[in-house]
Design a protein around this ligand. Sequence first.
Ligand code: NAP
Length: 300
Amino acid sequence: MLLTTSAWAPCNLSAASKCPDINFRLGRGRLTRFFPDAVDINAASDFTVLDKDRLVIAMKQGLDGKTALVTGASSGIGRAIAHRLVAAGCQLVLSGRNKERLQALADELDGAAIVAPQDLSQPSEIASSLDLVQSKYGKLDILVLSAGLFSNNEFAEEDIEVSRRMIDVNLTSVVQLTHAALPLLKRQERSEILAIGSIAGVSDMRNEAVYSATKHALNAFLRSLRRQVAKDGVRVTSILPGTVATELWGLTDEADIAERVAKCEVLRAEDVADIAEFVLTQPPHVAIRELVVLPHAQDI
Ligand SMILES: NC(=O)c1ccc[n+]([C@@H]2O[C@H](COP(=O)([O-])OP(=O)(O)OC[C@H]3O[C@@H](n4cnc5c(N)ncnc54)[C@H](OP(=O)(O)O)[C@@H]3O)[C@@H](O)[C@H]2O)c1
């Protein structure tokens, strides 16, 4: 249930707090009059009453006014997250190789995003999106790492060039981009690194030897990083999806996707975007290190 109030007072907080599981939405700047130490009212406008008797309050992080760099924004999960972040009030830099697709997305997002075409398999190109973040917005609150390549084959039949590029994009570019982004992220009081890992990063997928290796390594990198940067207010999360209906699987036909969703065989990119928003709006004391999400019928 969502309550909206414009005239906040202690009495209606205590009355409303007798109802279980109520989320309150407040205008900014009112609650501090009554609970000056309890909340940072500028950080968010949504909060949850955790304990209705003692009025323990956890603020949800608001995304309004945040700046995000989204890799893999030209397609699939990255694209869906870009839409969700703009709907929540973020301004974006969109990274991917396909300039036309990035520009079409920026047009859809109506001025809330600029494009940063770049090939993340080329080390010399990786910093260019961050340069744009700096010059256009002057700050970075959220780094979304969604760019990725996929291949499933018997390893002996794998084109080793494809394997090399997959390692470059799925792992090496993440390490390099994150390294370059950290000084900017640390400058903010709170900031986020949100990576799209994979269920293949915690399971051994028979025909995904190299892909699975990149996603296992990504998890290890992010787990260590999380422990290093927590003190700097940087939160690090990976979402580990099972099968998502995107171009990665050659899935583009909406009727085909709808049929497979109805059979619970695939997730939609928008399902992952919902989870991304959930992760990014958690109150500051909550860290979701990894979150596995599968289509209900995926047998893993
Ligand atoms: N779909 C799934 O079932 C699934 C499951 C688990 C995890 N994931 C992970 O989710 C992430 C997004 O995948 P998706 O399903 O959304 O796939 P997708 O629709 O194929 O999107 C992949 C994105 O990565 C970008 N990309 C690929 N190579 C790049 C490069 N060299 N430089 C810059 N950008 C590059 C692509 O942009 P350009 O083509 O414009 O370069 C595209 O925007 C990946 O990390 C993937 O491993 C996907």
